[in-house]
Design a protein around this ligand. Sequence first.
Ligand code: ADP
Length: 165
Amino acid sequence: MKKKALYAGSFDILTKGHLDIITRGAALFDELYIGLFYNVAKEGFFTIEERLSILRELTKDLANVKLVKSTEELAIDVAGRLEIKYLLRGLRDEEDYRYESNMARFNNELSGKIETVFLQSNPKYAHVSSSKMKELIYFKGNISAYVPRKVIEKLEEKQLETLSK
Ligand code: ADP
């Protein structure tokens, strides 16, 4: 039986921290599903299509990585549908630990079987978050050290689109 994991998030500004968890997760599991979870009522920074295109491009050489979109669904339900038994999460600090361990207990209880596997963040990216990236962009800060090049390219395309409107 293949060991399959689901790494879910909104990835609204994918960072090198996310990519590090994806790469390490792909090496640990037979199949890694990246779950692009989003709320239709909430407008993000990048559109769903833009986020998918970034994820697709950055995982094209990881043969066992698959992408799945989901809206208004619990991670355990998506996992159940795809016969996935593991949820993969990244842990940056105590705050993540507190939130994630609580979620892991609920997910395990509600699903009756799901295990959550945590990977400690690479210390280089332990302070990096999507919301911090948005804040830096807003104040015209340089985010190139924290996000993959593809994200910068998409950002530049977006800024050009806005200018030409
Ligand atoms: P969302 O809030 O939409 O779920 P996040 O980006 O906050 O999306 O989180 C998705 C997962 O990625 C979580 O497990 C989170 O801990 C992890 N993660 C986010 N940023 C990093 C980072 N810099 N290093 C390691 N893991 C991270």
